[in-house]
Design a protein around this ligand. Structure first.
Ligand SMILES: Nc1nc2c(c(=O)[nH]1)N[C@H]1C(S)=C(S)[C@@H](COP(=O)(O)O)O[C@H]1N2
Ligand SMILES: [Mo]
Length: 448
């Protein structure tokens, strides 16, 4: 580059100057675009400084149909922003962000569930307001000052812990996914879920804070023959599940925190059992009692429900850890690719048995596989994001993802899963998901 060129570039590069209004510079010396910008900025500052409470013209627009009307400025630099005192003191997301958890097609709101919009969340954590929900007896309202956790049974000293006693014990914070073992249950026989929210949305990841069960165990003293613990919820369902003591002692959390604040009522406020990698049903919400025993209690939820009916008519009980599973969230069912070209395939992978090791992508229904990029650091019993750069040629394609975890387990295809499990099962469907992209760009759920 010659000296002359470099000077020219410098003189054009007015953007690099911190302030265009240098001493002696007249407005005429500034190009028209910058001049307009400069004057409007000065005007706004002057108005703001002289009359901070001046009411400014703005358009009332309701972004979500039926929602409250908000001021939407055509040029946000020309009107004062919303005043702090208009806030409730607890923030909400932008009015332009409208994704919600959808309700199940279930006549009862009391024993129902809602699905996380997996295609719309960013990063690994699920916003607390979008965490999926599964309730068997509605959402109880519990006064934390009156809530207690009783630990009894095969212990040296039975104890009641108030919430403040629990909070005064040393706590830990970890990111774990929770997946309902009924996630994807509609997919056993034929493709039923239209969108990834419905097929896979009973999966969410939060950062949980609480006291390790092992700490409580030291407080009460476990008897030598302690082998199982009954966990009981304080909801109308009085949900009960038996948990192996080894699991509780290794990584279970008595959680009161979720994503930096108290648990949401829907997630078990004020206390829930978090069992990393275990099926959602065992992670008792509104936790009020832990009874130590030498055997499982064979509750309704672990015998008639949450057991896996095999091909030969026998049932597998206590299939507690969730196997590795992955799903492409973009492009996924019910979406439309506007035209051929570049797209970034994106999705989630998770395993209840450790860390995700690899994720592969197929563009042709499983005939060939290529490695995807894992976009977040795999943590135990937490979800990871993956991506894959894809140039769609406009021809029909069948997109799949397949993951493996650090135990060596590889997510099965339907052809591998069905001979093992048959078609009697409800829970623990973790086969590879296929999304068909048609030549018109429509994406649908298919089985291959
Ligand atoms: N007390 C109680 N705990 C419960 C349930 C319940 O209905 N009552 N539902 C279980 C089921 S089936 C699942 S999948 C998870 C769902 O947790 P979430 O609603 O926080 O997503 O909670 C489990 N814990
Ligand atoms: Mo569940």
């Amino acid at each position: 580059m010659s000296k002359g060129e470099s000077k020219d570039i410098q003189s054009q590069d007015t953007e690099a100057e911190p302030c265009p209004c240098k001493e002696g510079m007249t407005p005429d010396a500034i190009d028209p675009v910058r001049r307009k910008f400069l004057f409007s900025a000065v005007a706004a500052t002057t108005v703001g400084a002289m009359a901070p409470s001046v009411s400014v013209a703005a358009n009332k627009k309701a972004v979500t149909p039926g929602a409250v009307e908000y001021d939407v400025a055509d040029d946000p630099t020309k009107v004062m922003g919303r005043a702090l005192h208009e806030d409730s003191g607890y923030g909400t997301r932008s009015q332009f962000e409208t994704e919600i958890r959808t309700k199940a097609d279930n006549p009862s709101d009391i024993t129902s569930w809602t699905f996380t919009p997996l295609a719309a969340t960013l990063g690994n954590l699920t916003p607390s307001g979008l965490h999926f929900e599964r309730h068997h007896g509605g959402i109880p309202t519990i006064d934390p000052s009156r809530h207690e956790l009783i630990v009894h049974g095969l212990v040296d000293t039975a104890k009641k812990f108030t919430l403040s006693e629990l909070k005064s014990l040393p706590s830990i914070t970890r990111k774990y996914f929770i997946e309902c073992s009924g996630n994807t249950l509609g997919e056993w026989a034929k493709p039923t879920g239209k969108s990834v929210q419905i097929t896979h949305g009973l999966l969410s990841t939060s950062e949980w804070t609480g006291v390790p069960f092992a700490t409580l165990a030291r407080h009460v003293g476990l008897k030598e023959n302690a082998a199982w613990v009954l966990a009981e919820g304080a909801d109308a369902a009085v949900m009960t599940r038996s948990i192996p003591i080894d699991k509780l002692m290794s990584d279970a959390l008595i959680a009161y925190g979720q994503n930096g604040e108290a648990l949401r009522p829907e997630q078990g406020y004020p206390l829930r059992l978090v069992l990393p990698g275990y099926e959602g049903n065992t992670q008792i919400k509104w936790l009020r009692r832990l009874q130590v025993s030498d055997r499982p209690f064979m509750t309704k939820e672990e015998t008639s429900k949450y057991s896996d009916l095999m091909k030969d008519g026998r049932s597998k009980l206590f299939t507690l850890s969730m196997d590795a599973k992955s799903v492409i969230t973009f492009p996924s069912g019910d979406m439309l690719l506007p035209k051929p070209g570049y797209y970034e395939i994106r999705g989630f992978a998770w395993t209840g048995r450790g860390r995700i090791h690899t994720v592969d992508i197929s563009l042709n229904g499983g005939k060939a596989w290529v490695p995807a990029h894992i976009d977040s650091v795999p943590e135990p019993m937490s979800s990871v994001r993956f991506s894959f750069p894809w140039v769609w040629d406009g021809k029909p394609a069948i997109l799949q993802s397949r993951c493996s975890d650090d135990t060596g387990y590889v997510q099965p295809s339907r052809a591998e899963l069905l001979p093992l499990r048959g078609l009697n099962s409800v829970y623990h469907y973790n086969a590879i998901q296929s999304w068909a992209v048609a030549s018109d760009g429509k994406v649908t759920n298919v089985h291959v």
